[in-house]
Design a protein around this ligand. Structure first.
Ligand SMILES: Cc1ncc(CN)c(N)n1
Length: 227
């Protein structure tokens, strides 16, 4: 099944994300406050776009059940994930609202967001956009699983609750997204399925770049500001 192949194929990439500076810094609890603030600024904008992508997909699907799923996901994103963000803001002792007051689509986040929009706008079937969106919940769930399985977090560990958030609430989202991809793949050609695979693997790479973007506080280097 397509989703099983993708989970297997991207596991080494998720191990690499796990070993990179950002996640290791959260686990050790010594990550640079400015990297956490950079992540929050980028991620709050990323999640806003993720919610808009769900709205786009609602307008493209016939299935009432899929519409219900997408609406539920939008609601979850609009308030649900801020709990995970509040954990990070609290850990660096700053107000979340204050941290995300400014910020922009830093290069790696920009590329990731546009990868998803490209599929949503240029492909008829929603499975193409979903294949670019599915690593979002799946990678975080795997990272949280790994961290909690390999480390004992003291109750007062500043980031323990961030990992616990992602190990609990992502299953439904992941299963529905994979079901949409697997269902679509059953009536697709090999070439079309390869596009789903490529979208998914590229988004897993985008997840790695997103964390590294925060760890390095990546900014645009061009002269002047970017609209
Ligand atoms: C970039 C990114 N990817 C995934 C997640 C988890 N929903 C997130 N908050 N941000």
């Amino acid at each position: 099944m397509l989703s099983e192949i993708l989970k297997k194929e991207t596991e080494p990439m998720i191990e690499a994300i796990y070993s990179d500076a950002f996640i290791q810094g959260l686990i050790r609890g010594d990550i640079d406050d400015a990297a956490v603030a950079h992540y929050l600024r980028a991620d709050s904008l990323y999640l806003d776009e993720f919610a808009k992508l769900y709205a786009l997909l609602i307008s493209k699907t016939e299935s009432k059940e899929t519409v219900r799923f997408l609406m539920g996901q939008m609601a979850f994103l609009m308030d649900g994930e801020s709990e995970a963000h509040e954990v990070l803001a609290h850990a660096i002792n700053r107000s979340y609202a204050d941290i995300i007051k400014d910020g922009e689509w830093y290069p790696s986040a920009d590329h990731y967001i546009k990868h998803m929009y490209f599929n949503a706008f240029t492909r008829e079937h929603i499975a193409y956009a979903i294949s670019a969106m599915a690593p979002c919940p799946y990678v975080y769930r795997r990272i949280a699983d790994m961290a909690l399985a390999r480390h004992t977090f003291e109750t007062d560990h500043p980031y323990r609750k961030w990992f616990e958030f992602y190990v609990n609430d992502m299953d439904d989202t992941i299963n529905v997204m994979f079901d949409i991809m697997d269902d679509a793949a059953r009536s697709m050609t090999e070439k079309e399925i390869d596009v789903l695979k490529k979208n998914y693997i590229e988004s897993t790479e985008h997840e790695r770049r997103f964390f590294n973007m925060a760890a390095t506080k990546e900014e645009w280097t061009g002269v002047g500001t970017h609209a």
